[in-house]
Design a protein around this ligand. Structure first.
Ligand code: GLN
Length: 456
């Protein structure tokens, strides 16, 4: 714990953490030591973790990187945090993110951007960490903790994991409880795991997965612990791997395409059956997501009115003005825009045209996956279209408008609720991590992670 806390101090410039929980970590570590002395240790005893700052942590500020929740201290723990604590883990801090998890860069935080440690040059432009769980990725990549939790609504765990050269798992929707995770899009949000390798990821997943009576969308079946076979005994002979042709899309870099090909060939050489498949509605996923996202966002954000909790503007001439002022000052432009758009899509006269239609499109995207599982067991795709962009490039207006397209390969897994994992493969010519993604059917984590480990 001390080594991790000192590493956090040494790597401060990467801006991974919003709060560092030194005192709490030391108390937790002492209790952990006591349990060890009593020979009563659990499976994550003394293991350090960091949590994205949208997981509620009792007594520890949970800001969502926003002015709205800048001073919010939750009175309860998110289920995932409680489960980590129950198994002996130690919280070293809460990590940086895009405000309310809206973004793909960790550049929209009131605490400033998180910085990618790869290829970092002092006093220079830097590569973005990806987002919205960029702080969690940087925390793991800079060696400040064993693993970290992020959240994943459209790619927010996999995107930064991929940019920072880490393993990033988006579990099946309902496998891991969302209780205490401040919602973005309830029908797509899942807690995600960022670690240096697959074994570490499995260790954390086994602790946090499983039914939770506080989240009625969790699977009722108890979680069977995942045990991966030792690397030497692993075989992927006759495994049916699909290469969805729609993922070879506009804007994808040649280096990523080449890597995708190389790994497909490697799998084939190891006995897998590689097959081109089609997910024909993939191209509608991003527009469809934008509508559904904004509709759920406007509803979720309604609770921040300056009355019950969170920021309150200094305005008391009328209740309406208090609401307006609080929300104008407490949210950034991205959040405000999404609330406005969501309200527009949900107007009585627009409901059929947008929300209802987007729900139908979502169904066709889900059906694409059901069909493809009749042909193959697993899909191999890129995670992102490019390696991490430079900050100066990313924040240019035109690029920001297109940044939703960085989610092109990750987003439909959230629409369908299926599990997906990103694995670092190699470095690009300029020395940035290139990663690929595996997707499987619902609750296929044991197989998905075994194949990921084989590739790793
Ligand atoms: N980039 C997407 C968005 O801004 C996804 C974010 C996420 O997965 N939390 O909504």
């Amino acid at each position: 714990t001390n080594a991790c806390l000192s590493q956090i101090r040494k790597t401060k410039k990467f801006n991974a953490f919003i709060s560092v929980t030194d005192e709490l970590a030391k108390t937790q570590a002492e209790r952990s030591q006591q349990r060890c002395r009593e020979n009563n240790q659990s499976e994550l005893e003394g293991i350090t973790v960091a949590l994205k700052d949208n997981f509620c942590t009792r007594g520890v500020k949970t800001t969502c990187a926003s002015k709205m929740l800048e001073n919010f201290v939750p009175p309860y723990n998110a289920t995932v945090y409680q489960r980590l604590l129950d198994k002996g883990a130690i919280l070293v801090g809460k990590t940086n993110m895009d405000q309310f998890a809206m973004g793909s860069g960790t550049v929209d935080s009131i605490y400033g951007p998180a910085k990618n440690p790869w290829n970092f040059k002092e006093d220079d432009d830097f590569y973005i960490a990806g987002g919205s769980s960029g702080g969690s990725a940087v925390a793991v990549a800079t060696g400040t903790c064993f693993g970290a939790l992020g959240s994943d609504t459209g790619g927010s765990t996999r995107n930064p994991a991929s940019y920072c050269g880490l393993v990033g798992l988006k579990p099946t929707y309902g496998l891991v409880s969302r209780y205490g995770l401040i919602p973005l899009v309830n029908s797509m949000d899942v807690p995600g795991i960022l670690t240096r390798n697959i074994d570490d990821c499995v260790q954390i997943l086994n602790v946090i997965a499983g039914h939770d009576h506080n989240d009625s969308t969790t699977c009722p079946k108890p979680h069977r612990k995942i045990v991966l076979p030792p690397a030497k005994q692993m075989s992927i002979k006759n495994l049916k791997v699909g290469i969805p042709k729609e993922y070879c899309c506009e804007g994808i870099s040649n280096e990523i395409l080449d890597t995708w090909n190389e790994v497909a060939n490697l799998l084939e050489d190891s006995g897998a059956d590689i097959k081109e498949v089609s997910l024909p509605h993939t191209e509608y996923s991003i527009v469809c997501y934008s509508i559904l996202n904004q509709c759920e966002v406007q509803s979720n954000m309604a609770r921040y009115d300056g009355i019950e909790f969170g920021y309150r503007a200094n305005e008391n001439s009328s209740v309406e003005k208090l609401f307006t002022q609080t929300r104008s000052e407490g949210f950034n432009e991205v959040v405000r825009n999404r609330i406005l758009a969501g309200n527009y899509f949900l107007l009585t006269r627009n409901y059929e045209k947008y929300f209802s239609k987007a729900m139908k499109v979502r169904r066709t995207i889900v059906n694409d996956f059901y069909k493809v599982w009749e042909e193959v067991q697993i899909l191999l795709t890129p995670t992102t279209l490019t390696t991490a962009p430079l900050y100066s490039e990313f924040i240019k207006k035109t690029n920001r408008d297109q940044c939703a397209y960085q989610d092109y390969c990750t987003q439909s897994a959230n629409m369908a609720g299926i599990p997906a994992v990103t694995i670092p493969i190699k470095l690009s010519r300029v020395g940035m991590p290139i990663s690929l993604q595996l997707m499987g059917r619902n609750l296929s984590e044991p197989m998905l992670l075994a194949v990921a480990k084989f590739i790793e």
